[in-house]
Design a protein around this ligand. Sequence first.
Ligand SMILES: [Zn+2]
Ligand SMILES: [Zn+2]
Length: 254
Amino acid sequence: MRLKVLGAYGASDAEHNLTGYLIDDWLAVDAGTLTSKLSFAQQARIQAVFITHPHADHIRDLPHLIHNRFSQNAAALTVFASKEVMQLLTDNVFNGIVWPDFSKLISPLTKVPAVIYRPMTPGKKVMFNEVGLTAVSVHHQIPAAGVIVEMNGQAITFTGDTGPTSEIWKRTNKTPNVVAVVTEASFPNDQQSLADETAHLSPNTFGDELKKITVDAPVYASHRKIPFERDIESQIRNLRDRRARVLLEKNYTL
Ligand SMILES: [Zn+2]
Ligand SMILES: [Zn+2]
């Protein structure tokens, strides 16, 4: 599968972008960066987006993706998230104040709503376009769930933001043909207390998580905070595990 990393940082400036991934041009994971890096036509090709949690850096472009869909003659966009995350999104974002509840509006072009919300039960696989999506809860400051994507005989795990966790590793270890794991290392090792307090990983705790992962696939650290990206990169390298990498904003073929 092809993984387009549109945003691989936990902060943004002119050269670094918020979390947003696109698989085979039609399935997105998190929406910190989608519309801001994709043409109108590319946006119309996105059929589904999975949201790990409602922190603003993971949903910044989601309302714009949905809003644009109302002027595209394209199939409805399906938004997947765990039940708890979906509830937070409808209560706090698509609440009729910050943004409309788009799911109740009819598109003038397609005569159906341009977005469908699909809440997921963590641990239960959902099929969409012959792709398996399993939401798995992780440990963050607010309800959050990563996702295991199974597509064309390959699998990839995205944790989204998380501190030390376990269930998603157990599930990943049992999943056939995992070709990549995308997790995080937000802060450098000398900011471990901030990482712990905000339920994120540092390279040290990323290294502890690596020991729980038994699959032989690259494990990428995303969501680096911009001023510390080089420190984090060298600390990841110092773990001396050949699977450990930092995630870059580029296209990967897996
Ligand atoms: Zn984040
Ligand atoms: Zn977060």
